[in-house]
Design a binder for this molecule. Structure first.
Ligand SMILES: Nc1ncnc2c1ncn2[C@@H]1O[C@H](COP(=O)(O)OP(=O)(O)OP(=O)(O)O)[C@@H](O)[C@H]1O
Ligand SMILES: [Mg+2]
Length: 144
């Protein structure tokens, strides 16, 4: 969990740095699976500073979502978007891959952990998926 130690290190407080690490992680992993990545971080996000537990949980959710895209989606395309809506932070990880039935699939440690991180963040976390259309992980965090 070297990654998590990095994320909670006060030296890496600036959201900009976390964004850079997120982008590097996603592009490396998805490139190896030939999945095109669009990583969009709204410029205004760069000045925001998250608390340590917020940084950790945001990163954990992001990492698990992208890992699942790489492992299961068979997608051509994945987008990661971070933006503000008012004082809220929205993060979306979308893939246009095979999708899965959320009600039927056994939740693995990943999805269960994501939900736990979402609860710790006091955030709204919605995972939606449609067979043959893809998967969307939507996180709504209020307030920054
Ligand atoms: N983006 C995705 N596209 C297609 N299927 C997915 C996607 N994300 C999750 N799944 C399906 O949901 C299941 C549960 O995911 P989850 O992350 O909880 O467990 P896992 O990845 O199998 O195991 P772990 O995360 O513990 O290593 C996966 O096995 C997979 O079938
Ligand atoms: Mg997983």
């Amino acid at each position: 969990m070297k990654d998590i130690a990095w994320v909670i290190d006060p030296k890496n407080d600036k959201f900009e740095k976390i964004l850079f690490r997120m982008r590097t992680f996603a592009s490396g992993l998805l490139e190896s699976k030939n999945i095109d990545l669009t990583f969009i971080a709204a410029p205004s996000l760069s000045v925001k500073i998250l608390s340590m537990p917020q940084r950790k949980n945001l990163y954990l959710i992001f990492k698990e979502a992208v890992t699942n895209v790489a492992k299961y989606s068979k997608a051509k395309y994945c987008s990661v978007t971070l933006k503000n809506e008012g004082n809220n932070l929205v993060m979306e990880i979308f893939d246009n891959g095979v999708g899965f039935d959320i009600n039927r699939s056994l939740l693995g440690n990943g999805l269960t952990g994501m939900k736990k991180s979402g609860e710790e963040l006091n955030a709204e976390l919605i995972i939606s998926s449609k067979i043959d259309h893809g998967t969307l992980v939507h996180l709504f965090l209020a307030p920054l």
